[in-house]
Design a protein around this ligand. Structure first.
Ligand code: IFM
Length: 449
């Protein structure tokens, strides 16, 4: 059995992780440019200054995507490359880069899926208070309007944000990602809400200026999967594979619920004591602009079982349970229960906007990169996605993370997620075995899985 007829097979990457050219052609600084310069924050002091040098090598990279048979490429735009100070004057050279990139993709028959924001927040706006400021959603709307006017004729598929939960939690609560803040509630809720408002205003801007758009957001939310898939656990979970705990910023109640249903849970105002921050009905209406799909970035999940008292609890997996290079649990059923739960709850078509694994890839003596673990990982996960589609979830496409090895944030270049190996000293690219395997998957629309 293959995937549905018009299923889209893609790959993904993000501006700061691959572009390099950190100070070229009028680009302003982002919080990540600044954070990487702080001692001890990034593995071995790596930075995204050069990364994969994609800014200069995009033609070569697109030719490789074409060779793999990629149908769609999910890229992100660097906000400070387009508006050096975040708002105000447009940096024409920055916009021109993205126009060239998108033209090249289209000429290669690859559909661009563009994410407005994948974490490289303009440093100048952060200095003004960043996401904590009420004006932050108007700043984002100005940026989205600029992008829609400049690129709207050539792009039809948009995502407003990448993983707002991650930059809110890891960047503003735990402080391990840029900008490195350690805030608590209620300030964290202010960020969440301003990001959701920014999403809504960006959707309005894209609808107004970019024609024939399909718009969504790429969310990272935490899912629970029944570890043994036994009937008793499934019965106890009662179809709820999400996380309801509101101290957990990865709960779908913070992201999918407001943008699709226009609501935050009532417990926020009572249990979390955030009544003073309760948004107006008008704001909630702005947030819940009609969108066309939800993007889900899924790598793992919380394994769940029943304990001896018959209560659900997070399982400690048995010793030896498989881990990826970055130490995330291999749990393929995340790609079944996650999309199925979100589709059943929010009734919107779904793209898997990221999924993949980091691996300790090396160039072998034969000059090739053999990554059977990645092929095995992707096969297992894609089989589960196929099961979700078979069981009724409307899944439009799948974007493997990542097209090439790249800068993995606080882990620097240690983690390799790519289908294409990158030698960071020479910038030589090598198609890994998984890239050749993925070509066959695409050709057969997943029938071989
Ligand atoms: O590299 C990241 C990406 O930027 C966001 N999603 C998860 C990936 C792997 O950690």
């Amino acid at each position: 059995m293959s995937f549905s007829k018009n299923f889209i097979w893609g790959v993904a990457a993000a501006s700061y992780q691959i572009e390099g050219a950190a100070n070229e052609d009028g680009k302003g600084l982002s919080v990540w440019d600044a954070f990487c310069k702080k001692p001890g924050k990034i593995y071995k002091g790596h930075t995204g200054d050069i990364a994969c040098d994609h800014y200069h090598r995009y033609k070569e990279d697109i030719a490789l995507m074409k060779e793999i048979g990629i149908q769609a490429y999910r890229l992100s735009l660097s906000w400070p490359r387009i508006l050096s100070e975040g708002i105000g004057k447009v940096n024409t050279k920055g916009i021109d880069f993205y126009k060239r990139l998108i033209d090249e993709l289209r000429a290669a028959g690859i559909t661009p899926y563009v994410t407005l924001f994948h974490w490289d927040y303009p440093l100048d706006l952060y200095a003004k208070g960043g996401w904590l400021r009420k004006e932050s959603s108007d700043w984002f709307a100005e940026y989205a309007t600029t992008v829609a006017k400049q690129l709207g004729d050539h792009v039809s598929n948009w995502m407003t944000f990448n993983e707002p939960a991650v930059f809110t939690c890891i960047g503003h609560q735990i402080g391990e990602h840029a900008p490195g803040d350690k805030l608590e509630f209620p300030q964290l809720f202010t960020i969440i809400h301003n990001v959701n408002l920014s999403h809504g205003k960006a959707v309005q801007a894209l609808r107004a200026h970019a024609q024939k758009s399909s718009i969504g957001s790429a969310l990272a939310m935490e899912f629970r999967v029944p570890y043994n898939e036994d009937p008793a656990t499934l019965k106890a979970m009662n179809g709820n594979f999400g996380v309801d705990t509101l101290t957990n910023i990865f709960s779908h109640h913070y992201w999918a619920a407001p943008i699709v249903k226009g609501a935050y849970p009532e417990q926020l105002w009572s249990t979390m004591k955030l009544e003073a921050l309760r948004p107006s009905a008008d704001e909630m209406k702005t947030i819940a602009q009609p969108i066309d799909f939800l993007g889900l970035n899924i790598y793992s999940a919380e394994p769940t079982t029943l304990n001896s008292k018959g209560e659900l609890e997070e399982t400690r997996v048995p010793a030896g349970h498989p881990l990826t290079g970055i130490d995330w649990l291999v749990l393929p059923s995340a790609l079944y229960y996650g999309p199925k739960f979100i589709y059943d709850t929010y009734k919107l078509p779904i793209y898997i906007t990221e999924n993949g694994m980091s691996n300790r890839d090396i160039v072998s003596l034969d000059g090739k990169v053999h990554d059977p673990q990645r092929i095995d990982f992707l096969t297992r996960y894609l089989k589960e996605l196929k099961r979700a589609q078979k069981d009724g979830a409307e899944i439009l496409g799948y974007f493997q993370w990542s097209v090439m090895d790249n800068f993995e944030w606080a882990k620097g270049y240690k983690e390799r997620f790519g289908l294409i190996f990158v030698d960071y000293c020479t910038q030589k690219r090598i198609l890994k075995d998984s890239a050749h395997w993925y070509r066959t998957v695409i050709e057969q629309n997943g029938a071989n899985l």
